[in-house]
Design a protein around this ligand. Sequence first.
Ligand code: 2RA
Length: 335
Amino acid sequence: TRYNVTIVGATGAVGQELIRILALREFPIKKITLLASKRSAGKKVESALGELTIEAFSIDKFENQDFVFFATNGDHAKEFAPHAAAKGAVVIDNSSAFRLDEDVPLVVPEVNPKAAFQHQGIIANPNCSTIQMVVALNPIHQYSRIKRIVVSTYQAVSGAGQEAITELMTQLKAVINNEPAQVEQFTKQIALNVIPHIDVFQENGYTKEEMKMVKESWKIFDDPDIKISANCVRVPVIRAHSEAINIETDSYVGEAKARALLEAAQDITVIDERENGGYPTPLEVSEKMDTYVGRIREDISCENGLALWCVADQLWKGAALNAVQIAELLVRGEQ
Ligand code: 2RA
C-alpha cells in the first residue's frame, strides 16, 4: 500500500527535514503535497523525492490525504489540524498545540508506541528536548522506575528556526571582524555566549520550554509522580541538542547495568569511553538518526543516582524523524 502524504509548512526548518526523512526511510508514498504560505507557492524544490512544487496552503488540499504532517506554529496547527483530521487524514503535528490534550496521544515510538493507536485523528510530536531525553532514559526507567530527573539542556540554534542559524553565523563573522553583532532572534548575542532562556517565563520562574520537558515526560511515561526539574539553555551550536541528565531510581542500578541497558536499546548509540573523545558531541551527531549517550556514571550526590550525557539531532529525532516513525508505526500496525 502507498499513501497520500501532505506536509504543511514544507519550507521551514522541520518541513524541509520531513521531506528528507521520508525519502531516506523510503516511506511508501503514492503522492506528496507540499503546502506553504502564498509567497512560497509555485516555488520548485529539488528534493530527495524529486523536483516538487510548493502549493499555497488551503484546507481543501486536505481531501483524500492519508497522513498530514504539520510543521507550522502552534496557532496555525490549532486552527487547521482539526480540518485535516475531519477529512479523514491522520495528522502528526510537530507544534505544541495539542501535546497536553488528553484525547491527543503524545508519542515517541521507542517509549510509548501503543499510545499512537489511541488517536482520534491527531497525534502530537513531543518537543525536541523531551524526545531525546525520554528515549535515553526509558531503558533504565523500565528496569527500575525513575523517581527524579534533573536535566540541563544545551540547545542548538536551529531549534529556533532558519533565521536563528543565519544570525549565529552572521554574528560570528561580525565578532571575528571586530564589527558590532546584530541581535534579533534571541534576547542577547548568541555567538560566543549562552542564553538560559527558551520560550516564555512562567509564574513559577521556569520557562515554557522547561515546563514542556516536565509535563510532556509525565504524559509519555504515563507517570505524573516523577519529580522533574529542567534548565533549558541556548548555545552557539547549529544543529543537535545536548543534555546533561541526573536521575534517581527506586532501586540500585549502577553504571554497568545502565550502560548494558542502553547498549541493548533500539535507536540508542552509546559512546562512553573515559578517554579523549570518548563521548558524543553535536558536530558528529548531526544528521544521524540515533540518540547518543555517554558519560554514564553513578551520581555521587545521592542514593541510586545516575548521571549521563545525551546528544541527538533535534531536527531529525527531535522532530521530523520522530514524526515519520509515528507514521511508520501506524503503517506497520504494530502495537
Ligand atoms: C527550541 N525546542 O529548541 C525548541 C523548539 N524547537 O527552540
